[in-house]
Design a protein around this ligand. Structure first.
Ligand code: PBG
Length: 323
């Protein structure tokens, strides 16, 4: 049946109609909120390249996690800046490391808050790469040992879930085996499975001072032109034991999110990364567009593409707007 019987505008007539027939509905429970915890500061320090986001000392990170949780956001993902960086990222393994302390402090304050940790070396290495360097490149298999140890250390400190973001081959299997050996069979893994080598991470690297001092991440992070390869990465991670898989960044990779949703039955997470966030904030500051509408439109598009979970710096403001 075509026009004039069919008039799609009928169901767009009022806000109530539009709400009634909305196919995609954002909800605060869709979100995970990333937090930057730093050992080197004693008061919140705004991150210049990410308007509205700060590096936080431990106490403030606890308060911010609690604030987000009260807005209906189920959990946080933690990124740490240690006071000392070295070639092997040894600060990431310390029982009293910044992340280990932050996990404990947040769980002590409110054990219902889901505390997820980013498992990677780039925030802890003096060269800024995501693994152990041999020659001019990252040594995959040496790196797996440290990542597995780091994941165990986070879980022992009380993390609810670990999220490896390094993109080494075999890391999900190595982490799963290490957790299981310690009897932590119930700790899930959210794998950054299809993580692209992206310019959209610029502001994040500024925040945690993790830009590689030489070379780039092209030998481990995925090449932006590829989508079949993303499906392969996801399939491998699920085979190795990933409970949730992630596509990152989100906005320039909505096709990958949609394909992953169609192809796999595990929850799909998407990371609305720092560059995506900062573009919206800067556009708002320049009065190029309404930042609230931009944000909700972008987050809705990520969910519409098929993401079940959205990791976003916008999470608290979006939760407030969604009321
Ligand atoms: C690596 C990691 C990165 C991000 C999350 N985990 C950066 C990178 O690969 O350089 C990026 C997050 C963002 O840009 O918001 N540990």
């Amino acid at each position: 049946m075509g026009f004039p019987q069919s008039r799609p505008r009928r169901l767009r007539k009022t806000e109530a109609f539009r709400r009634l027939v909305a196919e995609t509905k954002l909800h605060p429970s869709d979100f995970i909120y990333p937090l930057f915890v730093s050992e080197t500061i004693d008061k919140p320090t705004p991150i210049k390249s990410m308007p509205g986001v700060s590096n936080l000392p431990l106490k403030e990170a606890v308060n911010e996690a609690e604030r987000a949780f009260k807005l209906g956001i189920p959990g946080v993902i933690l990124f740490g800046t240690p006071s000392h960086k070295d070639a092997t990222g040894s600060a990431s393994l310390k029982k009293d490391g910044i992340i280990q302390k932050a996990i404990k402090a947040i769980k002590d304050k409110n054990s219902d808050i889901l505390v997820i940790t980013d498992v990677c070396l780039c925030e802890y290495t003096d060269h800024g790469h995501c693994g152990i360097i041999r020659g001019k490149d990252v040594d995959n298999d040496e790196t797996l040992k440290v990542l597995a140890e780091q994941a165990v250390s986070h879980a022992e400190a009380g993390a609810d879930m670990v999220a490896p973001s390094d993109m080494m081959d075999g890391r999900v299997g190595a982490i799963r085996a290490a957790l299981d050996r310690k009897g932590m069979t119930d700790i899930p893994i959210m794998a950054y499975s299809a993580k692209y080598c992206s310019a959209f991470y610029g502001p994040f690297r500024d925040a945690v001072d993790s830009a590689p001092r030489f070379g780039d991440r092209k030998t481990y992070q995925m090449d932006p032109p590829n989508s079949r390869e993303a499906m392969k990465e996801i399939a491998l991670d699920i085979e190795e034991g990933a409970d949730i898989v992630m596509v990152k960044p989100a906005l320039a990779y909505l096709d990958i999110i949609a394909e992953a949703r169609d192809s796999f039955d595990v929850p799909i997470a998407a990371y609305n990364v720092s560059g995506e966030y900062s573009m919206v904030k800067m556009a708002g500051e320049q009065k190029l567009a309404d930042p609230k509408r931009l944000t909700l439109e972008i987050l809705t598009s990520i969910k519409r593409a098929g993401a079940d979970i959205i990791i976003s710096y916008h999470a608290p403001e979006a939760a407030e707007w969604l009321g």
